[in-house]
Design a binder for this molecule. Structure first.
Ligand SMILES: *[C@@H]1O[C@H](CO)[C@@H](O)[C@H](O)[C@H]1NC(C)=O
Length: 364
C-alpha cells in the first residue's frame, strides 16, 4: 500500500512538473511573440506632421490609384485602448494630392445603421467597365463584435458611401482584413473558432494556429490557406498573381501564389521580427509596406508613461532570394503609438495607428 501511495504521489508530482514546464514554455514564447521584451530604436524622418482630424485611430487605410484614400477610424475592441470610447466610428476620405491633408468623414446612405459601425480592415475593388468603386469594410458591430462584411459603393461626385450589400457567413466568423477581387468576392483573414477577445487571447497564449484565409464569392466559399498564428493584413500583388498574408504573432509576411480557380499555394514567409499588421503594395514598385506593432503587449496593457511603439517597414524585392527589409520609420510611442498601416503615394507616406494619431511624411 505504502509503495503504491509513494508511486501515486510521485506520478502526481511528475504530472504537475510537466504541466508547469509546459506553462512556463508557453508563457515565455507568448511574451516573445507579443513583443514583451522588445525595445525599439527610433528612426525618425525629417518632414513629418501629425494629421488634424485623425486622432482616434485609423486602423486600416486603402489607397486608390487616384491618390484618394479611405481610412477606418475609431475601432473599439475592448480591452484594447480607445481614447474616445463614446465617439462614433467613421470612414474617412483623404486626398493625398493635397498639400495639407484634410480628412473628411464620409456620410453613409442606403439604409445602413451608422451606430453599428466598428470598422476594421478595408479594401476597394474598382469595376474596370464603369469605374464604380466598391469599398469593403470588415465590421464588428458592438456589443457582440461578430463580423459582417459591408460593401458600399463610393459616390465620388457627392462624396458619399452608399450601402450595397452585407455579407455574413459561418466561414467568416471573426475576420480581420479583406482584399477585394471582384464587386462581391474577396479573400479574408479569419479566426475560425473565436470572436471573443478572451478566447483569442488564450488561443494566442497557447500558440494555436487556428486562423486561416477564406475565399468568398456568392457561389463559392472555401478555406484557401490555414495554419497561421494570427492571420492579419492581406493584400494582392500589383500583377494580381500573388497574395500576401501578414501573420501578426509569427512576425511574418507569407507569400502565396494565386491560381485561376482562386486556390492559393504557399511560396514562402519573410520574417520581419515584429508584429506585422496591415499590408500595402506600392503600385509603382511592387514593394510591400506594413505598419507594425513592436509590442502588442503594451497595446492591451496600455500605460501612458510606457506606450506601445510604431514600426513602418518596407520590403523590396519580395520575390527574390533575399528581400530587402527596411525600417523606414520607428517611434517609441512618443509621436505615434501602435502603427497598423502605411501607404505611399508620390513619395508621401501616410501612417495609421489602431487607436492613436496618424502621421504624414514626405520622403525625398
Ligand atoms: C486549382 O488550380 C491549381 C493549379 O492549377 C490546382 O493545383 C488545384 O488542384 C486547383 N484546386 C481546385 C480546388 O480546383
Amino acid at each position: 500500500m505504502g509503495a503504491l501511495l509513494k508511486l501515486t504521489v510521485l506520478g502526481v508530482l511528475l504530472g504537475f512538473g510537466v504541466l508547469l514546464g509546459f506553462l512556463v514554455e508557453r508563457t515565455v514564447r507568448f511574451l516573445r511573440r507579443s513583443g514583451f521584451y522588445k525595445e525599439v530604436e527610433p528612426v525618425h524622418l525629417p518632414n513629418c506632421q501629425l494629421i488634424k482630424g485623425m486622432e482616434y485611430g485609423s486602423e486600416d487605410i486603402h489607397l486608390l490609384p487616384s491618390g484618394l484614400a479611405f481610412a477606418s477610424t475609431g475601432i473599439k475592441m475592448p480591452p484594447m485602448k480607445s481614447f474616445a470610447p463614446d465617439r462614433p466610428a467613421e470612414i474617412l476620405l483623404i486626398d493625398l494630392n493635397e498639400e495639407t491633408i484634410h480628412p473628411i468623414s464620409l456620410p453613409i446612405s442606403g439604409g445602413f445603421d451608422v451606430s453599428s459601425l466598428n470598422p476594421h480592415g478595408l479594401s476597394a475593388y474598382t469595376d474596370e467597365k464603369d469605374g464604380t468603386v466598391y469599398l469593403f469594410v470588415v465590421n464588428h458591430p458592438p456589443p457582440l463584435y461578430k463580423t459582417d462584411i459591408e460593401i458600399f459603393r463610393f459616390d465620388a461626385e457627392n462624396k458619399v458611401l452608399v450601402h450595397w450589400k452585407r455579407i455574413t457567413h459561418p466561414s467568416l466568423q471573426s475576420v480581420n482584413d479583406v482584399v477585394a477581387v471582384g464587386p462581391e468576392s474577396f479573400y479574408a483573414t479569419n479566426d475560425f473558432y473565436f470572436e471573443k477577445m478572451i478566447m483569442r487571447f488564450l488561443e494566442m497564449f497557447f500558440g494555436c494556429t487556428w486562423t486561416n484565409v477564406v475565399y468568398y464569392s456568392p457561389g463559392d466559399v472555401r478555406e484557401v490557406a490555414s495554419g497561421f498564428h494570427n492571420a492579419n493584413g492581406i493584400a494582392m500583388s500589383h500583377d494580381r498573381k500573388f497574395i500576401y498574408v501578414a501573420d501578426l504573432t509569427a512576425h511574418t509576411i507569407n507569400v502565396f501564389q494565386k491560381h485561376a480557380n482562386w486556390s492559393l499555394s504557399y511560396v514562402k514567409a519573410v520574417d520581419l521580427d515584429t508584429l506585422v499588421d496591415n499590408l500595402f503594395v506600392d503600385p509603382e514598385t511592387g514593394d510591400v509596406w506594413t505598419g507594425a506593432q513592436p509590442n502588442l503587449y503594451k497595446m492591451f496593457n496600455y500605460k501612458e508613461e510606457d506606450p506601445p511603439g510604431s514600426e513602418v517597414i518596407r520590403v523590396q524585392n519580395m520575390h527574390s532570394e533575399r528581400p530587402i527589409v527596411t525600417r523606414v520609420y520607428v517611434d517609441d510611442g512618443s509621436v505615434i503609438q501602435g502603427s497598423s498601416v502605411a501607404v505611399l503615394y508620390r513619395k508621401k507616406l501616410l501612417i495609421g495607428t489602431v487607436f492613436h494619431r496618424a502621421l504624414y511624411c514626405r520622403l525625398e
